[in-house]
Design a protein. Sequence first.
Length: 334
Amino acid sequence: MSDFAFPSPVLVCDTGGTNVRFALSPSPGAGLGPIVHLITDDYPGLPEAIEAATPKLGARPQSMIVCGAGPVVGRELKLTNAPWVMDGPETARRAGLKQGLLLNDFEAQALSLPAIQPDWTRPIGALAFDGQGPQVILGPGTGLGIAALVEADGRFTPVSSEACHIDFGPVTDEEFALWPHLERAHGRITSESVLNGAGLARVHRARMMGLGRPDPHLEPPQVTAAAEADPKGEVADSVRLYWRIVARFAGDMAVTFVATGGVTLSGGVLPRVVDFLDDATFRAAFEAKAPVDALARRIPTRLIIRSDAVLAGMAAIAAAPDRYGIDYPSRGWV
């Protein structure tokens, strides 16, 4: 156990290539205050965004936990899809913080799992979550994030993964028909290139071309809108196929980590197409993992539908840092 602490009020922040969200935790265990949404490109960096957000938060923070979509190197994080380079100690100095911590976005997502409340999620199938055993969280957005969480001696430790960059192939006859038409990313067909936001449009395009139809030239938001406009049309069928592919990849990650504690789906894409999720179809694809299908059938699945869940998870870290297996002395800002 350590004496590492995050003085209150604690600012929690989720940064991405497009949006940055802030909330204030006034004291350990207290609910979050109002969420402040800013546009990443409107600010040159994190310190300037903090200054813009602070008047809307109601109090000046004393410490901070921030996650970002990019790799953490020491006490610095470069956003993958934006020019921000977040320097922890420099941010603490400029914002007058007594302490701070940088997390990768899916490291933070994994660490947030113990704080997830049942009403923040939509169950997929009948199995209930009890948190007993390793857990996996994955989510498609601009990219595809994947991480695991394990518990030992009452402490939670995240396990990072780059499974988004593994080669990804077809399984069903329907997938074999569209795979030759899938647009490649970096010269490869990877799990990320099929399952991220752009992958939703790639799947529809390839499916249409596999049926001998012309390229529909739809961007991901247009795919979602067209599916909602005609739930029985071709675009909606492509979205349902996308869900089946998500399900079988989630099953792959479940057996990879022996995630008996459950698999949680998150990210910006899936909540937007949740109306096309069929539980029975999802579970059938998730569980088709012979010869370890019996293992897959024991693993519960769910989708996070609360957009600020990761902020609440970071506030939980600040409230009880000793519950989490983080090397605070080498990663803390002060």
